[in-house]
Write a protein that binds this ligand. Structure first.
Ligand SMILES: NC(=O)c1ccc[n+]([C@@H]2O[C@H](COP(=O)([O-])OP(=O)(O)OC[C@H]3O[C@@H](n4cnc5c(N)ncnc54)[C@H](OP(=O)(O)O)[C@@H]3O)[C@@H](O)[C@H]2O)c1
Ligand SMILES: *[C@@H]1O[C@H](CO)[C@@H](O)[C@H](O)[C@H]1NC(C)=O
Length: 244
């Protein structure tokens, strides 16, 4: 009886210790905040929402940031706040990522201001035809509203520009063994009715950037490619549209 008890105790103890070890291993991300100090970072879509917050996080870690979006007045405010939070440098490029020349100007400005690039964070989302939040809230199946003009513009702003910016930045990222981050969402993993344009874009980003990751590995290029799959986040724009 006593022998069985003590064996049970040992087994439980081993299982418990094992669970703790696995827990620690899973929670250890190996991230050293000091590695971001002085790092040069380009982030797109920073006039509000997740991009604006990422700008502040990099700023707190002492990075040098270059942010983009269309609204210059907002970018000026975000740059000022980023500086006050500890960014070693903060610059902006006001432009429309749907335009090739504005993408080129963004990476060119990073080259001129920093002379190098450690992180490219592709985050912007938008359309020049109709507000994306509005489109999502309308919640129509594709065949009830087959809006091709919107679709073409959407993929140009949110897919083609991601590929364009990454292509322009790759030579710089290779030099620094840098990092490419692509912000995606659950819609990039699970098909969903009424938001087929969102799914198309995020699935395509996964297709392109996962292929690129393998190509870089095969070529022994030490540039990391990360797809950040986010869940629902209540940003100012979403609150505005829900009107609550
Ligand atoms: N919020 C969520 O629940 C959620 C969930 C999963 C994933 N995500 C992903 O997270 C990322 C950021 O989303 P968010 O919710 O923060 O979006 P958001 O609040 O709508 O902000 C989008 C940003 O992109 C900029 N932008 C839009 N169109 C542009 C264009 N043509 N050229 C340049 N910049 C443009 C906007 O600035 P301007 O209007 O000033 O140009 C703004 O700064 C997106 O990739 C999104 O798919 C969001
Ligand atoms: C999609 O839109 C249709 C028609 O507006 C609606 O009946 C349905 O509930 C929506 N589905 C989802 C998952 O939002």
């Amino acid at each position: 009886m006593c022998k069985t008890m003590s064996r049970l105790l040992w087994v439980s103890l081993t299982v418990l210790l094992g669970a703790v070890a696995v827990g620690i291993y899973w929670n250890y991300d190996g991230f050293d905040p000091e590695s971001v100090r002085g790092a040069t970072v380009v982030i797109t879509g920073c006039s509000t929402g997740i991009g604006e917050e990422m700008a502040y996080q990099y700023a707190r870690l002492g990075a040098k940031i270059l942010i983009t979006a269309r609204r210059e007045n907002r970018l000026k405010e975000v740059v000022a706040k980023a500086k006050s939070l500890g960014a070693q440098e903060a610059h902006y490029v006001a432009g429309d990522m749907g335009k090739a020349e504005d993408c080129e100007r963004t990476i060119q400005t990073a080259k001129e201001k920093f002379g190098r690039l450690d992180y490219l964070v592709l985050n912007h989302v938008g359309s020049n035809v109709q507000s994306v939040q509005e489109k999502v809230l309308q919640g129509k199946p594709w065949d009830q509203d087959p809006d091709i003009d919107f679709f073409v513009d959407y993929l140009n702003v949110n897919l083609v520009s991601y590929v364009r910016l990454a292509s322009l930045a790759l030579p710089l990222l290779k030099e620094t063994k840098g990092h490419l981050v692509v912000v995606s969402s659950g819609f990039g993993k699970v098909p969903w009715p009424n938001v087929s344009f969102l799914c198309t874009d995020k699935f395509a980003l996964d297709g392109f950037f996962s292929s690129l990751r393998v190509e870089l590995m095969k070529a022994q290029q030490d540039v990391s490619v990360t797809l950040a799959v986010l869940g629902f986040i209540r940003t100012p724009k979403i609150s505005e549209n829900l009107k609550v």
